[in-house]
Design a protein around this ligand. Structure first.
Ligand code: ASP
Length: 321
C-alpha cells in the first residue's frame, strides 16, 4: 500500500514525517515487553496521524501539532500527562514550534496548567508579537486564545512520581551531580518534524524537562535553535536529551547551519553534532532530522531513543534501541 502511494505521487513533492519520544538509558533489561508494546503502539498511532494529515494536504505545522498532542496526552512520555516532577513536586512544561517557510516560531516555558503546551506554542507564534512566553504570562495569553487548561495534578503519573522520590532521597552531593550520574535516569521528551506537499518543513518539541529540575529551570526544548529548528533552506530538527548541553551547543540550529552553509547532508551534519560534538563533552541525547528533500535521520548517543517515521516512499519505521 505504501509503495502504491509513492508511485501514485509520481514526481510530486515528497512528504515525510518523523517523531521521537525521548532518548536515554533505554535498554531491553529495563523496559518490560508490555511497556515496550505500549510505547511502540503509541508511537505508531502518532506517526500515522501526522503522516495521514500530510497526505491529506494539511500543513507540516498542523501535522507536527497533531502528533505531539497525541504524545502529550499519553502518560508514557515526559510531556503533558506523564511529565516529570520538579524539585518542588510540580510539573513545569516547555514546548516550541517552528515554521521552516517563514522562520516564524512560538514557544512556551514553565507553564503549569496548559493541557497541550504545543498548541499554546503555536498560538504564540500565530497570534502574538513574540516568540516565547513564560509562566503566568503564557497562561494569561492562553486564556485569551481559548486554550484548554488542566490542573497541574492532571499531569501526575506513578512512574514519574517514583523517579522523583528516588531522586529526592539521594544525598545532597548526589543530587548536585544527579543529571550526570544517575544511570537509570530516562528522558522522554517528545518531538516531531514534517515536510508537507508544499515543500514546507516544520519542527516541534514538548517536554516536562528533567526530574528534580529547579523551579524555573528552562531546558532546550522551548529554545529555538537549541531543541527545535526548521528552515526550508536546510532541514527541520527536534532534539531530546540533556538540555543544558543542547542549549550551549545550539544543537538544532548548528545542524541546519552545517547543511545550509557547508552543503553537508542532513544525515552527516546530525551525526557529527550528536557523536562528535556532544558525546565527547558528555552531552547525551539525540535528534530527529528531516531535510527539504524528505530524507530522515535519527542519530542518538544514548542506549536508545523512542522514534518513528514514515519516509517519502511511505515506509514506516518504529524504533527504540
Ligand atoms: N531536553 C529536555 C530538557 O532538557 C529533556 C529531554 O529531552 O528529555 O528539558
Amino acid at each position: 500500500m505504501a509503495a502504491d502511494m509513492a508511485s501514485a505521487e509520481g514526481n510530486k513533492q515528497p512528504i515525510a514525517f518523523a517523531i521521537h519520544g525521548g532518548a536515554g538509558t533505554i535498554t531491553k533489561a529495563n523496559l518490560s515487553e508490555q511497556k515496550e508494546a505500549q510505547i511502540r503502539a503509541k508511537l505508531t498511532e502518532a506517526v500515522k496521524a501526522g503522516y495521514g494529515q500530510l497526505k491529506e494536504g494539511y500543513s507540516s505545522l498542523q501535522a507536527v501539532q497533531s502528533a505531539i498532542t497525541i504524545l502529550e496526552n499519553s502518560p508514557l512520555f515526559n510531556a503533558g500527562i506523564g511529565a516529570v516532577y520538579t524539585y518542588n513536586g510540580e510539573h513545569e512544561l516547555d514546548a516550541s514550534i517552528m515554521d521552516g517557510k517563514t522562520l516564524n516560531a512560538g514557544a512556551v516555558a514553565g507553564v503549569k496548567r496548559i493541557k497541550n503546551p504545543i498548541q499554546l506554542a503555536f498560538q504564540v507564534m500565530e497570534h502574538s508579537n513574540h516568540v516565547m512566553l513564560t509562566g503566568t504570562g503564557a497562561e494569561e495569553f492562553a486564556e485569551s486564545r481559548g486554550i484548554m487548561f488542566a490542573d497541574n495534578h492532571m499531569f501526575d503519573s506513578q512512574i514519574r512520581y517514583e523517579a522523583w522520590e528516588k531522586a529526592k532521597a539521594k544525598s545532597e552531593a548526589d543530587k548536585q551531580a544527579f543529571y550526570f550520574k544517575w544511570p537509570d535516569y530516562k528522558f522522554g521528551t517528545v518531538g516531531a518534524v514534517a515536510l508537507d506537499k508544499n515543500g514546507n518543513l516544520a519542527a516541534g518539541t514538548s517536554t516536562g524537562g528533567m526530574t528534580l529540575k529547579r523551579y524555573g529551570r528552562v531546558g532546550d526544548s522551548p529554545i529555538i535553535g537549541a531543541g527545535t529548528y526548521a528552515d526550508n533552506a536546510s532541514c527541520a530538527v527536534s532534539a531530546t536529551g540533556h538540555g543544558e548541553f543542547f542549549i550551549r551547543y545550539n544543537v538544532a540550529a548548528d545542524i541546519c547551519a552545517r547543511v545550509k552553509y557547508k552543503g553537508e547532508s542532513a544525515e552527516k551534519a546530525a551525526n557529527d553534532v550528536i557523536h562528535k560534538v556532544l558525546k565527547p563533552v558528555g552531552g547525551s541525547g539525540g535528534v530527529i532530522v528531516l531535510d527539504n528533500k524528505g530524507n530522515i535521520s535519527t542519530p542518538y548517543n544514548t542506549e536508545g531513543m523512542y522514534r518513528a517515521s514514515i519516509d517519502q516512499n511511505g515506509e514506516i519505521m518504529v524504533g527504540i534501541y
